[in-house]
Write a new protein. Sequence first.
Length: 444
Amino acid sequence: MAGQEHEQWASRVGFLLAAIGSAAGLGNIWRFSYVAGENGGAPFLIIYALCILFIGLPIVIAEISIGRNARGDAVLAFRHARPDRAWYLTGGMAVIGCFFILGFYGVIAGWSLKYFVSALSGHLWITDNYSTYFSGYIAQPIEPVIWQAIMMALTVIVVAGGIQKGIEAANRFLMPVLGLILVFLAGYSLTLDGASQGLAFLFAPDWSAFTRPSVYIAAIGQAFFSLGIGMAIFLTYGGYLARGHSIPRAAAIIVAGDTLLALCAGLAIFPAVFSFGLNPAEGPELAFITLPGLFQLMPAGKWLAILFFGLLVGAALTSMFSILEVPVAYFIRRTGLSRRTVTVALGIIIFSVGVPASLGYSVLKSASIGSRNILEFYDYAISNFLLPLGGIATALFTGWGWGKAKALEESDFHDSTIGKIWLFCLRFIGPIFIALAFFSVSFF
Ligand code: TRP
């Protein structure tokens, strides 16, 4: 490490907040609610919970263990664990993958910031047709790219500050604020007339969903995206973790926190949407078209819009720090350059990777891959290929490649029964289910 001390979290709570901040992002706020609703509500939630428990949680534990053991970045950690094998390619794929994930994530984060600022200034209320407002906005070539650049710049400033003074400090401030906003919005939404319809939409059992393979695929995909696993993020954050804290316990808190925040977001959004007789639409549409229309109808809507889009911006930022930190950690070690130089350089490169996704709605409108525009293609390739591939590789490495004794030791499970269950999940359950989902997505 070029003679440098590897950085470390100031406290365990700081690590947990940063890890939950990474997991909780745009994926929890609109993607979770919509995917859950689309896939039958309660049965989806059950399958999702099983995916989180038997696939997601074991992989989070594996990532933290590999990282803490090596006290190093994604590539170094796999090399450290098995110098004689090519497992480090898993880390290499994660480093490259993060360029694309953050590139595309930054575009949507930029949309969120634009809406937040417009809610503050009042510009958001100049129309009552948010469908044209939104499509008109993203069809401009310049403005969305500027907001995207601002979100990337904020991310760079925080990550350049380092682990304790940058990432940990920002999460310590942002996460409690975001939690409070979310609980407030959920509480408010639940008091509205007709809120129960929203609850029914989310939780009403539709048992036929159990027989649809697409529900399983949706649940695995959502579990991966929402936790943010497979891209060495918890591995990199775990590299800054001191020994002496139980990894399984930390992972359980992180996973529970992420799931709870997703549920809260669903409780904030759907009761309100149904209460005003609106339709729960898909993906970006929900946050950027349906919700502004909804806020306009609500008495305190102007304030709620500021809170909601502020929440979206903050949640996106805390995820962006973690995605940037993966390549930053790697390139600091490889180049020996300062954190600041590396972070700025990578920020600019990753921003550029994201720009075509933004321009896919304007000057690059004619560029499409299959039926998808550039942003949709990024999203599709990442969620359905990159993350599952990274997840399988991490599970297989820990289950088979690392050595049973070593894996149990480094994860703090030692010789416990639950440790054996953990390994079984990594060896069989995770890889088999991910592979099934992977193939069904590729073929249908
Ligand atoms: N989990 C975050 C969300 O829900 C996004 C995220 C953070 C992510 N790190 C990741 C997604 C790594 C994929 C891979 O929005």
